[in-house]
Design a protein around this ligand. Structure first.
Ligand code: NAD
Ligand code: GLY
Length: 359
């Protein structure tokens, strides 16, 4: 069964289609590609799996197809890789009606979205996410970026897609470690926004771990519903959208300081959520039983819940460059209770430093 949700952003509203086998559904793409060049941007791992099928679908939907395969990995989310997209578009004389179609995980999605935001001052793009993490999070909401050696996602733009097409069947080929990393973002939505969803994730944890189709369909749909509602309220993150960064201030520091690709994004977010929950307890905001419950759920999926052993100065250096910070003060997303997170701009530096000494 196919579900259709909307991200309500006025004239920039767009659908999220979720279902099995949607890679073959030309009708879902037709309005976005007919009579245009569709450039499929993917990577060398995903291309042999799904690019041919998607190209055939886009052609049936009336597009001329171009394919751009990038190197695979977080370490390639860089200017150099972005430039390879521009090189290919310019070599093909791609015009402003060209639509980019991101086929892959969050790395391909973020690079493609940023290329679409900037090529000839902005062209359309469609997201076709193929990792769990991208299906529940990165393909929705219009954040696009590349990494800088000094900080994660530091260069980018807000640029909404014109559609998101989630083919849940593509998850069958996802390696186990990547699948589990995506579950971290699913847990995040329950933790910050919806304790009933968190209860459900706990109940269905074994089915989710086994990639049960029914459980997955619900997890993806509910995650996208929550993300779509938050993005509709606060597209450019001046308020409530920051809650989606629960665990990310610690997590981004882990990814950057360890070297991009060593920790998967979802793994770093899991360890970061565990840290944020424990810090919430230290600050007297949340009960320790709530933090313990969250940590136990993450650990049950096999996600890391202990941070790497960085020096306190390393933590502070990378956390000091987080995009949520204001006037040199570190902003953190903390828990009041499960299902209810808050943005804390008043982090006491001595308390944070003490915590980072023994997290
Ligand atoms: P990823 O894009 O690196 O994909 C993970 C791995 O799975 C890659 O090796 C990829 O080639 C492979 N892969 C993808 N689909 C596959 C499939 N169906 N079968 C087999 N292999 C497949 O990682 P990710 O976890 O999808 O995304 C992480 C990135 O997303 C990070 O850069 C993070 O910053 C970004 N992100 C962005 C947002 C946003 O709002 N824009 C939100 C969350 C995360
Ligand atoms: N992943 C955080 C956001 O989209 O805002």
């Amino acid at each position: 069964m196919t579900a259709k949700l909307m991200v309500e952003l006025g004239e920039r509203s767009y659908p999220i289609h979720i279902g099995e086998g949607l890679l073959d559904e030309a009708e879902l793409f037709r309005a976005h590609v007919t009579g245009r060049t569709a450039a499929i941007v993917t990577n060398e791992t995903v291309a042999p799996l799904y690019a041919q099928r998607l190209a055939a679908t886009l052609e049936r939907a009336g597009a001329a197809c171009l394919r751009i395969a990038l190197p695979d990995g977080e370490a390639f989310k860089t200017w150099e890789t972005l430039n390879r997209i521009f090189d290919a578009l310019l070599a093909a004389q791609a015009d402003r009606r060209t639509v980019l179609v991101a086929l892959g995980g969050g790395v391909v999605g973020d690079l493609t979205g940023f290329a679409a935001a900037t090529y000839q001052r902005g062209i359309a793009h469609v997201q076709v996410p193929t990792t769990l993490l991208a299906q529940v999070d990165s393909s929705v909401g219009g954040k696009t970026a590349i990494n800088h050696p000094l900080g994660k996602n530091m260069i980018g733009a807000f640029h909404q897609p014109s559609a998101v097409v989630v083919d849940t069947a593509t998850l069958a080929s996802l390696p186990p470690r990547e699948y589990v990393a995506g579950l971290a973002e699913v847990v995040k939505y329950g933790a910050i926004h919806d304790v009933k969803f968190l209860d459900w994730i706990e109940d269905q944890a074994d089915l989710l771990a086994r990639r049960d189709a029914g459980a997955l369909a619900h997890a993806i749909r509910r995650s996208c519903e929550i993300k779509a509602a938050i993005v509709a309220q606060d597209e450019r993150e001046s308020g409530v959208r920051a809650l989606l960064n629960f665990g990310h201030t610690f997590g981004h520091a882990i990814e950057s300081a360890a070297g991009y690709g060593k920790w998967l994004h979802g793994e770093a977010v899991a360890a970061g959520m565990a840290m944020a929950a424990r810090f919430s307890v230290r600050q007297g905001r949340a009960r320790s039983s709530e933090a313990d419950r969250l940590v136990a759920l993450l650990a049950r999926f096999g996600l890391p819940v202990r941070p790497p052993d960085f020096d306190r100065r390393v933590w502070l250096e990378y956390m000091g460059r987080d995009k949520k910070n204001e006037a040199g003060r570190i902003t953190l997303v903390l828990l009041e209770r499960l299902g209810h997170a808050v943005v804390a701009k008043d982090t006491s530096m001595p308390e944070l430093e003490a915590f980072l000494g023994s997290p």
